[in-house]
Design a protein around this ligand. Structure first.
Ligand SMILES: Cc1ncc(COP(=O)(O)O)c(C=O)c1O
Length: 351
């Protein structure tokens, strides 16, 4: 008989990350994983179609040079200060593997992006969480957590709330270790802390093309940091981490920034309308600077029931039954105006 596989104890004892549902049925109104309801730029589609051919037998550019050149021009930083990843999830993973070993302290304010916890568990590192208050302002104590690495999702998920760059600047000076600012939703907000990498060698800014650029399926993320930090992270990333088609899509998307900005504006405008309507229906909504809102159900309503009833009617939102802080809330991605109208109609019926 062959021996039972023995996982490392910290892997055996952890639970895996549970991604949001991706239903096969294309009729579902999908407001659960913060995707963009609008398609990517036609330039992306055109260049992808043209790229499907004989060239795919080759490995991609391991340095993703075309993307990094564009990022360098866009943000006015040397190309050595950018690293590109298979989604920003890969770069979050690389950052943790670079800086946090077994037993090291890694901090974040919660509730936030659940993947941080999984990455810490994978390293057998020590999780230091600081609870957000009900206003979701970043707790002062986060900077004093004595961590080798601190995550700040800005805007935060699931609350959508944002922290000013000035405050992040202070935190970067106070933390002893690395500060990762995860800006997955930054294009829907008035914030953006990329400039911090000009002043702080311990700051890594993470961004993604999954949300504002409508390219979640292509898995493209990037980060900016000091050249020294990027050179170290480079050693840890998988060498051909970004496939050739994703590189072509990212280059085209960055060549048509206006397309992304127009869609981001539409989403921000729909968000304003959704927030007003949900508040009229009695929901508590935190001020969101992202492409989703966190909605606390009116007091005599059960968020779990609303989630299930909406799902029965073909509308999928995100419900977090396992987090006691969030069991009375729904996280709703901003869809098209029509999708949001459908959602509001159903909610009116259900309440
Ligand atoms: C806060 C936050 N960071 C990072 C990610 C991952 O994005 P990507 O698709 O680039 O891996 C997400 C995805 O939902 C997110 O919510």
């Amino acid at each position: 008989m062959s021996p039972t596989p023995q996982f490392l104890p910290h892997i055996a004892s952890m639970t895996g990350y549970l991604p949001g549902e991706q239903p096969r049925d294309s009729n579902t109104i999908k407001l659960n994983t913060n995707e963009n309801p609008y398609p990517a730029s036609p330039l992306v589609m055109g260049r992808l179609r043209a790229a499907i051919g004989e060239g795919l037998r080759r490995y991609p550019d391991a340095a993703a040079t075309g993307i990094r050149q564009r990022l360098s021009a866009l943000f006015n930083l040397p190309i050595e200060q950018f690293l590109v990843g298979n989604g920003s999830d890969e770069l979050l993973n690389v950052a943790v593997r670079c800086f946090a070993g077994a037993g090291d302290r890694v901090a974040f304010a919660c509730p936030s992006y659940p993947y941080y916890q999984k990455l810490i568990d994978l390293q057998a590192a020590q999780t230091i969480t600081v609870e957000f208050g009900d206003d979701y302002q970043l707790p002062e104590s986060l900077a004093k957590a004595d961590a080798v690495l601190t995550f700040v999702a800005n805007p935060n998920s699931p609350s959508g709330t944002a922290t000013s760059s000035a405050k992040l600047d202070d935190i970067a000076s106070q933390v002893g270790g690395i500060l990762v600012v995860d800006e997955a939703y930054v294009d829907f907000s008035g914030t953006g802390a990329l400039d911090l990498v000009r002043r702080h060698d311990n700051v890594i800014i993470m961004r993604t093309l999954s949300k504002s650029f409508s390219l979640a399926g292509m898995r493209i993320g990037f980060c900016a940091a000091s050249a020294g930090v990027i050179a170290g992270m480079w050693k840890v990333k998988e060498h051909y981490n970004l496939n050739s088609l994703s590189q072509i899509a990212a280059e085209a998307a960055l060549d048509d920034i206006g397309w992304m900005q127009t869609n981001a504006k539409r989403i921000i405008s729909t968000r304003g309308r959704l927030v007003t309507s949900l508040r009229q229906l009695g929901f508590h909504i935190w001020d969101s600077e992202a492409n989703f809102v966190l909605a606390r159900a009116p007091s005599d309503n059960d968020a779990g029931r609303l989630y299930a009833k909406l799902k029965e009617r073909g509308i999928l939102v995100r419900y977090f039954p396992d987090d006691p802080r969030l069991t009375d809330c729904l996280r709703i991605t901003i869809g098209t105006d029509n999708e949001i109208d459908r959602l509001l109609e159903e909610l009116k019926r259900l309440l």
